[in-house]
Write a protein that binds this ligand. Structure first.
Ligand code: URA
Length: 234
């Protein structure tokens, strides 16, 4: 594999893999499911895609050009979860096609992964927040059943979680990225557990270049736990 520019920035301390820890219990955030979550939890992939396309559960539907369901092969070994579509994603209906997406692709390329073949990419929010503002709690609450159903149907080998909003949604915690990254979490689904690694959002990395080394360490941890050579979770 070619030596990546990210690899060249790898922090000097060797990154130690930690054991899987149990998914955090809800802390300081409502754990109540959104009203439609039971119906969503029974949907097929086709039904889910159609439900997202027609969704009007929050006000973001009024400003969107396209919903952004996600992209990649359904049998991808990895799932990547980001925050919400930006302007380019809203226009094209695809996740991570802007500048942050180019960095993400370069990071994946450094691991020998292709976004079409090896990862399915989705966001917590399927519609663009106006002006690229942060997602609001109610928007995440309404949208999160779609993401949980995507994970349950895709059953990836593991999940790479990018950024605070995705991490806080999937782990049901208010903890910071700095405190969540660097270890493997567990996402409970279909009666089992999937390994989940939290890292910085590529948009954050574009503004904070020194943290790329930590992100690279997180990607290496993900590769170690759910990369090609790692055992498939139950
Ligand atoms: N940032 C995200 O979190 N998701 C996208 O799809 C694009 C930018």
């Amino acid at each position: 594999m070619a030596v990546s520019p990210l690899a060249g920035q790898l922090a000097s301390g060797q990154f130690a893999a930690a054991p899987i820890i149990a998914a955090a219990a809800p802390q300081g955030r409502s754990a109540a499911p959104a009203p439609e979550s039971h119906a969503v939890a029974a949907m097929s992939w086709t039904e889910l895609r159609a439900a997202v396309q027609d969704c009007a559960l929050c006000g973001l539907c009024r400003g969107r050009t396209k919903t952004v369901f996600g992209s990649g092969a359904q049998d991808s070994p990895w799932m990547i979860v980001g925050e919400a579509p930006g302007a380019e994603e809203d226009a094209r209906g695809e996740p991570f096609v802007g500048q942050a997406g180019r960095l993400l692709e370069s990071m994946l390329g450094s691991l020998g992964l292709s976004r079409e073949r090896d990862v399915f990419i989705a966001n917590v929010l399927k519609c663009r927040p106006p002006g690229n503002r942060n997602p609001e709690p109610d928007e995440m609450r309404q949208c999160e059943p779609y993401l949980h159903r995507q994970i349950a149907l895709l059953q990836p080998r593991g999940i790479l979680v990018m950024g605070r909003f995705a991490a806080q949604t999937l782990l049901r915690t208010d903890a910071t990225i700095a405190s969540l990254r660097g270890r493997v979490h567990a996402y409970r689904v279909n009666g089992g557990e999937l390994p989940m690694v939290v890292t910085y959002h590529p948009a954050y990395l574009l503004r904070n270049l020194p943290d790329k080394a930590k992100a690279w360490a997180d990607l290496c941890l993900a590769r170690e736990r759910f990369g090609a050579g790692a055992p498939r979770p139950d």
